[in-house]
Design a protein around this ligand. Sequence first.
Ligand SMILES: Cc1cc2nc3c(=O)[nH]c(=O)nc-3n(C[C@H](O)[C@H](O)[C@H](O)COP(=O)(O)O)c2cc1C
Length: 189
Amino acid sequence: MKILGIAGSCRKDGNTDILLKKCLEGAMSCGASVETIFVRDLKILPCRECHSCSKTGKCVLQDDMQKIYPKFAEADCIIVSSPIFFYNLPSNLKALIDRCQCMWARKYVLKRPLLPQKERKGVFISAGGTKGEKLFDCAKLAVKYFFDAIDVAYHKDLFIRSIDEKGAINSHPDKLEEASSLGKHLTTL
Ligand SMILES: Cc1cc2nc3c(=O)[nH]c(=O)nc-3n(C[C@H](O)[C@H](O)[C@H](O)COP(=O)(O)O)c2cc1C
């Protein structure tokens, strides 16, 4: 099983990086092969709404996204990790998702879905500094429809409130264990 992690935090070794790492380590301990994309290290231009992709299924913009698209097709499972920024996803991760408009166009305009024959699962890991009841609602929807565009079914999530300082998650071994168990669980699918 191949698992692709998409780390959406702008902060290296921040809370969601740590949770993603634990999750992937759990999966690896059960035999999965894993790869992590750190969105902060990539050059991803914003979608410019040219709609070329509605005719070709491809994005005309030439940047790091061109090496990311094939990775979506290769993965059996995709895990997105991200902090909450203003009740939503950070802009660099959102840019990656917006650039998947070409995948949406392939699926829904051109009727050429990426991998219609394969049932793939997606997981969303997120953390936010406050306790708001609806803290993850907006980001969850964005991730759900990102997964849908790349033919991944939203399977599970791990949301942690009241985690703010860099590395604060390390004081919550139960949450780290939860992340690890989630990774192990994914290998049983
Ligand atoms: C620009 C910015 C916006 C944020 N907006 C929110 C927010 O709307 N709600 C919240 O609970 N926390 C918010 N936070 C706090 C982060 O979600 C929190 O620190 C999280 O643990 C960071 O995860 P990371 O270390 O993986 O990047 C914000 C932080 C930043 C820097």
